[in-house]
Design a protein around this ligand. Structure first.
Ligand SMILES: [Zn+2]
Length: 255
């Protein structure tokens, strides 16, 4: 009976260390969860939404409808889905994972992403994180998007591919750049690993990132994957920053 001591140890651990909300550290009843207060403060993105950009509609206009933004400026990828708007506790979680290195957050965040992106994720999908340049990876020591992608691949049974897409140019941070400058900044920044290009032919790719802000990085990655032979690219992010000048996913977000 090996299970009993382990269960007893876990019980003791829970007794000594009460479970905490993953965002604000208030006590909660279940592991890897949010307290009621944080749950209420998160702007979850819910149906009905735009089939392409996943942005919510104020009222139901029918399954498969496109938002005016998607019609005016169709994204290069097929569909985008995100868990929540980039504000409140959702923003705190993204920042805690990326800059405060709370890597354990990838587990609950990745699970929420799997749920939000369930219609995109298939067992034969390639789950590809937006890569960091190796120099940035060296200083940050981990790629938060790869941590999320690993959890998502495990949840959906898809193929985790952290090395397929490479960032060959160390791009400037996108913050503070104009839409045109952002596109120029990431143009030709990505490439598919030449030794593994055969693996991408005709495959469905789900591109993973922690947050979509300008859309230009996602657009550049999608373009690279499609040029390398991917059959289709969908995008799944934890948060969606409501900016008015998206390059790849032009939208004003909330209707
Ligand atoms: Zn909380």
């Amino acid at each position: 009976m090996m299970a009993l001591p382990r269960a007893a140890a876990r019980f003791t651990l829970h007794f000594l260390l009460p479970l905490r909300c993953v965002s604000c550290t208030s006590p909660v009843g279940t592991p890897d969860s949010l307290c009621a207060d944080c749950w209420q403060k998160i702007s979850f993105i819910e149906k009905p939404w735009c089939q392409r950009l996943g942005t919510p509609f104020a009222y139901d206009v029918g399954e498969g409808s496109w938002s005016p933004q998607a019609i005016a400026s169709p994204p290069i990828f097929d569909r985008l889905r995100s868990v929540a708007f980039y504000e409140g506790p959702a923003r705190d979680l993204v920042i805690a994972l990326k800059f405060f290195r709370q890597r354990e957050l990838a587990k609950p965040m990745g699970r929420w992403m799997s749920r939000a992106g369930s219609e995109l994720l298939k067992e034969d999908s390639l789950i590809v994180p937006v890569p960091l340049h190796w120099l940035r990876l060296l200083s940050r020591r981990f790629n938060q998007s790869a941590d999320l992608a690993r959890v998502i691949a495990k949840e959906c049974g898809g193929q985790f591919e952290p090395e397929l897409l490479k960032r060959r140019k160390k791009t400037r941070r996108q913050v503070g750049l104009s839409a045109k400058a952002r596109q120029k900044n990431v143009r030709s920044a990505f490439s598919v690993d030449q030794t593994r290009s055969g693996q991408i032919q005709g495959r469905h790719v789900v591109l993973i990132d922690d947050v979509i802000t300008t859309g230009s990085t996602i657009a550049a990655c999608s373009k690279t994957l499609l040029s390398a032979g991917a059959a289709s690219v969908d995008v799944l992010t934890f948060a969606y920053a409501d900016t008015s000048n998206h390059a790849g996913a032009s939208t004003s977000g909330k209707p």
